[in-house]
Design a protein around this ligand. Sequence first.
Ligand code: ADP
Ligand code: ADP
Length: 224
Amino acid sequence: MALVIEGLSKTYPNGVQALKDLSLTIGNHMFGLLGPNGAGKSSLMRTIATLQDPDAGSITLDGIDVVRQKDQVRRLLGYLPQEFGVYPKVSALDMLEHLAVLKGVTHKGERREMIEALLNQTNLWNARKKAIATYSGGMKQRFGIAQALLANPRLVIVDEPTAGLDPAERNRFLNLLAGIGRDVTVILSTHIVDDVRELCPRMAIIAGGQVLLEGAPNEAIAAL
Ligand code: ADP
Ligand code: ADP
């Protein structure tokens, strides 16, 4: 997997320039995007996830143009947004079943196998029949990961996933991400230095819509 971002700029209609000629290349490893609130991390993530277009610049995922070939890119990536929004009253099992049907997994046995594996991986098997709306914050985040992985993605991007989690849930979530990071590339956006230090062999520090520093966490964080 190679994600190549070149010269990305974005100014919102209110005049805020969230991304300023940002360039970054991400390869096969868990990659941390560390930066304060307002740095531009979510804007960058939404752009990679094909949910918003840049004013200038380009992004390619394994050579596919993220801005112009959105459908193709969407099949290759899973996205856990910062605000996952409204939580359904249906169970995790029903929701994943529904999403797998939408995704075109027509064979019932195949769907069941896929969903069982995901529920086990995210430690939600025992809660699979409960409404997602009743889940704790950590369980909701883990459900978000199950949903992101359903597409069998090459790249998973997660935006501030540990915000609001208690320490036990945070650890559980980071362990889950570490496991996923062994199979697919994960981009972790966060303002929490320790999240990146614990998980990511490579990272970039983002501020003011630009990359300030890039490298291994120990070097990059020490250089701050
Ligand atoms: P973050 O916590 O990453 O800074 P934001 O609060 O910037 O997230 O963004 C949360 C949501 O609000 C996003 O959907 C974003 O598009 C929207 N948003 C953020 N800032 C503004 C703004 N100044 N005007 C309009 N929408 C905004
Ligand atoms: P981060 O995720 O690092 O907190 P964001 O990308 O959410 O950064 O925000 C970068 C800047 O852009 C902030 O000043 C934020 O208020 C602004 N912003 C984000 N989304 C929007 C939006 N939809 N409309 C207007 N301004 C926005």
